[in-house]
Structure formats: structure tokens, C-alpha cells
Write a protein that binds this ligand. Structure first.
Ligand code: ATP
Length: 312
């Protein structure tokens, strides 16, 4: 498999042209919360053997881009496990390999070393059971919202009209079925993107900074919407972010990554009650978790900045 090679189960891709692509469909994958290093062999074995619907195991994952002088080690020997129905956020500085990790789980790229297992099976390409959402939505600009949402199921001859109608209600998009993506606000586009993903009924949702382009108020609403979806449907979620508050508010566990080459530095258990809402960010426990995450990420952010400035 070549990086980003189009397959008939790949995600819809927007392009600079208005021409339909032949590379669409809908894949989704599961992420993992890692626990390498600190875990004993026996404990680690029990995680990797767990293979319920929606479990992800990343084992010794290394990804090297380029060759010789251009070589970049994006992630280095990452071990991660995510239980079925767990919500894990990955927090890391810019360029530390977060997207690389997610793309490996999505099946969009081939590891240099190591492997990813989903439900105990090796990932060897995209699959609709692993749904991916990016910061820039991948809606087809030439299709209506309804056509976008039903595209994945249609490709598999598995359209469920009731499900699609319910998704429009759940995402507050009734009345916008015939609109085109450019006619919607940023928040509505991301809700349409979520509906498109959920139309495939994925076990695992892989979300790469999906709300980072939204204003604060819309972002809060999207957090509530996503938590509702997750709490109702028991899906596994791997959510990548730079935002400490977002990482804690959403997650069961926050995985903190080092600066490049990305490795798991820390795993923070978030023991806040559920259901969660944005008011929680002012509580003592939230502040304490936030302080811990900030301490963990601080040096890595500095190192990442030095790397970006060419100082290391
Ligand atoms: N296809 C590629 N070819 C060469 N280098 C790449 C490729 N994709 C990513 N990289 C490099 O690998 C490193 C990790 O990239 P990645 O996008 O996974 O990091 P990230 O943590 O998601 O970054 P950001 O937070 O900025 O989105 C970066 O140095 C990036 O430039």
C-alpha cells in the first residue's frame, strides 16, 4: 500500500477542480491509547489480545518518510491500546506525528516497522468500519449534503433511509438536504461531515483536529454533539488535538506525545464524571488535570518549536 493511494474504500477527497473523483468511499479506523513502556509484559499481552469490536492495538509503530538526508522519523516505536468504546485524545506539539499515527490506524499509510491491529486483525487498508474526519471537511463540493451523507452507504449498496433521516435530525441539518457544502457555515459543514461519517455506522471514529478551524462557541456546541453521539452509540473515538482543554473535556484518557520523533510520553486518566459539559472546565479537578497535561506537554512544545526553527 502506498501512502494516500486511492482505493475504492478511501475517504471522499475534495480537489481544486469541480470534477467528481473516482477515489471515494468511506473508511474509518480505530485509534489506541498507548501504554507502552510502563506496562509489564503480562499486562501488555492482555491488552493486545483483547479484540472486541472497536479495539485498536498499535504495536511498535515506526514511520519514516523520505530517504537519506531527507529522512524524517515521524513516529518511533509507538505502542498504544484503545479499548472498544473508549474515547481517547492524543495531545502533542506540531509535527510530532499525530496525523501519521492516525493515518496508520486508518489504513492510509504503510508502517515502516510495526503494525496496527483492529479487533485483533492487521490493518492493511481503509475500511468503512473506521471513519475518518479531518480539520478540512472532505465533503464533495459538487454534491448536495444529502448526496454526500448517503455516498458511503450507496457505494456499498447499503443505504438505510431511516438512519439517514435520523442523522439529519441528530445533526440539526433538517432542511439542508439539498444545500451544497459551500452554502453551509463552518460548524454546519462539520456536522454534515459527522453525519457522512456516521452514515457508515463506524465502530471507530478517527478525528484529526476536526474542530480547530471553528470559533469558540461553535466548537463548544460540536463538543456537546460529539459527546452525545459517542454516549448514545458506544463507538471508539481517537481524537487528535493541540488543545489541552478540549483533550481533557472529551476523553477517558489523554495520550501525550513527545516532539518528533513521536513517542508516547504520558497517559492521563480523566476521571471526571459523565455526561460532561463545558461548565466542567472551571472545576478544581479539571484545573488539576489541565495543569498536569500542560506540564507534560510544555517541554515537548519547546522542542518542537526548536525543530521548526532548525535549532535541533
Ligand atoms: N508524506 C510525507 N513526506 C515527508 N514527510 C512527512 C510526510 N507526512 C508527514 N511528514 C513529516 O512527518 C512529521 C510528522 O508529521 P505529522 O503530520 O504526522 O505530524 P502532526 O503531529 O500531525 O503535525 P501537526 O500538528 O502540525 O498537524 C513532520 O515533520 C512532517 O513534516
Amino acid at each position: 500500500m502506498t501512502e494516500h493511494e486511492p482505493t475504492d474504500t478511501d475517504e471522499p477527497q475534495t480537489t481544486d477542480t469541480d470534477e467528481p473523483q473516482t477515489t471515494d468511499a468511506n473508511g474509518s479506523s480505530t485509534p489506541d491509547a498507548e501504554r507502552s513502556g510502563s506496562a509489564g509484559d503480562e499486562e501488555f499481552r492482555s491488552w493486545t489480545e483483547s479484540s472486541g469490536t472497536g479495539t485498536v492495538n498499535v504495536q511498535d509503530l515506526t514511520k519514516v518518510y523520505g530517504e537519506d538526508d531527507d529522512e524524517v522519523v515521524a513516529v518511533d516505536e509507538v505502542d498504544l491500546h484503545i479499548e472498544a468504546e473508549e474515547f481517547v485524545t492524543v495531545l502533542g506539539p506540531s509535527g510530532c506525528g499525530k496525523s501519521t499515527l492516525m493515518e496508520a490506524i486508518a489504513g492510509h499509510l504503510e508502517p515502516t516497522e510495526g503494525e496496527v491491529l483492529v479487533n485483533g486483525d492487521p490493518v492493511d487498508g481503509p475500511d468503512p468500519s473506521r471513519g475518518v474526519v479531518f480539520q478540512e471537511n472532505r465533503l464533495f463540493p459538487w454534491k448536495t449534503i444529502d448526496e454526500n451523507v448517503r455516498f458511503g452507504p450507496q457505494m456499498r449498496d447499503a443505504v438505510d433511509e431511516e438512519r439517514i433521516e435520523a442523522l439529519f435530525g441528530q445533526m440539526g441539518l433538517e432542511g439542508f438536504e439539498d444545500a451544497y457544502p459551500h452554502e453551509l457555515s463552518g460548524g454546519m459543514q462539520q456536522r454534515a461531515e459527522l453525519a457522512r461519517l456516521l452514515a457508515n455506522d463506524p465502530d471507530i471514529m478517527l478525528m484529526d483536529e476536526p474542530f480547530s478551524g471553528l470559533d469558540a462557541m461553535t466548537k463548544d456546541l460540536m463538543h456537546e454533539k460529539l459527546l452525545d453521539v459517542w454516549e448514545d452509540d458506544d463507538r471508539t473515538v481517537l481524537f487528535i488535538t493541540h488543545d489541552v482543554e478540549e483533550a481533557i473535556l472529551l476523553a477517558d484518557r489523554v495520550v501525550v506525545m513527545t516532539a518528533r520523533p513521536g513517542q508516547v510520553k504520558d497517559v492521563i486518566d480523566v476521571d471526571l464524571d459523565r455526561p460532561r459539559d463545558t461548565d466542567m472546565v472551571t472545576t478544581d479537578r479539571f484545573t488539576e488535570l489541565q495543569r498536569r497535561a500542560n506540564e507534560s506537554i510544555h517541554d515537548e512544545a519547546e522542542r518542537a518549536m526548536e525543530q521548526a526553527e532548525g535549532r535541533t
